[in-house]
Design a protein around this ligand. Structure first.
Ligand SMILES: Nc1ncnc2c1ncn2[C@@H]1O[C@H](COP(=O)(O)OP(=O)(O)OP(=O)(O)O)[C@@H](O)[C@H]1O
Ligand SMILES: [Mg+2]
Length: 98
């Protein structure tokens, strides 16, 4: 099982980004403050519905945005599992269709 795809909408410094991952090693390369740790944090948040860096979910929402959305595809031996977490200033809504 592995995370095959990730999409971020208004998550921290990401306006919108869509990534695909290899089942092997994936390497993130970027300048300081470019968003490497934010991206790893987004994967953690999608898995556990909380951040390892802050207890305040509002910090995860891009400044001046109303919401943040993290969407992922988990590739399993049999089929894919779509995951989605929407964070607003008032609520946190997870969605998974298995
Ligand atoms: N809620 C937010 N909205 C917009 N930008 C944000 C938000 N939270 C953090 N940022 C921005 O994200 C950037 C930091 O990203 P991150 O910590 O992921 O960088 P990094 O690539 O890991 O950097 P380093 O190499 O220094 O560890 C900073 O520019 C910060 O201002
Ligand atoms: Mg970092």
């Amino acid at each position: 099982m592995y995370l095959s795809a990730l999409q971020l909408d208004h998550y921290r410094n990401y306006d919108q980004v869509a990534l695909e991952f290899s089942p092997d090693t994936n390497v993130l390369i970027g300048e300081n403050a470019q968003g490497k740790t934010n991206l790893l944090e987004a994967i953690y948040v999608l898995a556990l519905a909380r951040s390892h860096r802050t207890n305040n979910d509002r910090e995860l929402i891009q400044w001046d945005s109303e919401f943040a959305k993290i969407t992922g595809q988990v590739q399993r031996t049999v089929g894919q599992v779509p995951l989605e977490l929407v964070l607003s200033h008032k609520a946190k809504k997870p969605r998974s269709i298995i």
